[in-house]
Design a protein around this ligand. Structure first.
Ligand SMILES: [Zn+2]
Length: 370
């Protein structure tokens, strides 16, 4: 081999190595990228849409943001408005005090509602004096709340069948609703983004539900509007609720054989991602199952099959189903519906977890829908 041939051979080998290295990087980079979009979405919701109580202007603004994101991916997004009525009990207490011969009347109004107990009191303690009479009047009134679901459809190769991917975007007012459930919407949108450039076997319907925290009202309204034909053509409903903060990513399903087989295949796929299910050990639920406490319940009730993703920890038996993380002493805690439910808290206590859980969930959803 002369010097020139030697040089050419060396350059060829280096070039080939470069190509192989670039291909490897691209392949690895692909997997590593899952969760990137989702994590940015969590940051946006944490900073701009962090109080999304059902029926409020803030909930609507969050819906509009999700709508705009879907449109930016190329979807023809739709708002599905709905309303629901709820009975609210109002307790009025009239107390009369004798303050050195002067009668002082205090009227207290307390609205007994799930999360929004309000009390009005205009008289200070020293103004009151001695209590001489107290009267309590309870009245129940019907309150109507207006909310909306956001929907986008991706046509598949077979348009006669569909899979619904759903996650609620409303929140309670404790914390910023990042785990519960900006994280579910993050996974939903990242999957929708993926399918803007890919085609699945059947149609995929993406639905961001409003008003879940008030009793799964958004998904109830959605199911109510489905025709019998649509229900029969729905192969699967995938619900994503609170996946960012929990120790492990879990998938649950129904008791029937077909659902258990779907779960089995999913767990096989998700093994390397650390996907788990509830194993029925010392639990009130059988293997693979969990409670009817999120939007999947309305689809289940209407006879549709479902897979439900959640980030939690079933290895700790304190507060079954609500213990999301376990500390070094084995004590279990919840993140959802507490002041911990903020991106800063999750990131500080579990660095990298939010992005990883969202990214892993996206990969599982793509596997179920492809
Ligand atoms: Zn939730």
């Amino acid at each position: 081999m002369n010097a020139k041939t030697k040089k050419i051979t060396l350059i060829t080998v280096v070039l080939l190595l470069c190509i192989i290295f670039t291909c490897c990087l691209a392949a690895c980079g692909n997997t590593k990228d899952y969760g990137d979009y989702g994590y940015n979405f969590l940051q946006t919701f944490n900073d701009k849409f962090n109080a999304r109580k059902a029926g409020t202007a803030q909930e609507l603004q969050a819906a509009e943001y999700i709508f705009d994101e879907l449109e930016s991916f190329g979807y023809d997004a739709k708002m599905q408005p709905f309303n629901y009525t709820k009975n609210v009990t109002e307790k009025v207490t009239i107390s009369t005090y004798d303050n050195n011969g002067i009668l002082v009347t205090v009227k207290t109004t307390e609205v007994i509602e799930n999360e929004d107990g309000t009390t009005t009191q205009n008289v200070t303690e020293e103004q009151k004096g001695v209590l001489i009479s107290k009267q309590e009047i309870k009245t129940t009134k019907s309150v109507t709340t207006y909310s909306q679901n956001v929907i986008a459809v991706k046509e598949g190769k077979d348009t006669s069948k569909q899979i619904i991917v759903g996650a609620h975007y409303d929140s309670v007012l404790a914390g910023f609703g990042i785990d519960d459930n900006a994280s579910g919407v993050a996974a939903l949108l990242e999957t929708a983004k993926y399918y803007s450039k890919n085609k699945a076997e059947c149609n995929i319907v993406f639905v961001a539900f409003g008003a879940e925290e008030t009793g799964c009202n958004g998904s109830a309204a959605y199911v109510k509007k489905m025709t019998e034909e649509e229900k029969a053509n729905t192969k699967l409903m995938i619900n994503i609720d609170s996946i960012a903060g929990g120790d492990y990513l879990y998938a649950y399903t129904g008791a029937d054989e077909e659902s258990q087989a779907t779960l089995k295949g999913l767990l096989e796929f998700g093994k390397d991602l650390g996907l788990k299910t509830q194993e029925g050990k010392g639990s009130e639920f059988a293997y693979g199952e969990t409670g009817n406490w999120s939007d999947h319940a309305n689809f289940k009730k209407a006879g549709m099959k479902f897979i439900y993703f959640e980030g939690t920890n079933w290895d700790c038996d304190i507060d079954e189903g609500t213990t999301q993380y376990v500390d070094e002493e084995g004590k279990g805690y919840a993140i959802m519906h507490t002041s911990k439910d903020k991106l800063d808290w999750i990131e500080e206590n579990f660095p990298g977890r939010a992005k990883k859980n969202v990214g892993n969930c996206v990969q599982c959803i793509i596997n179920l829908t492809k």
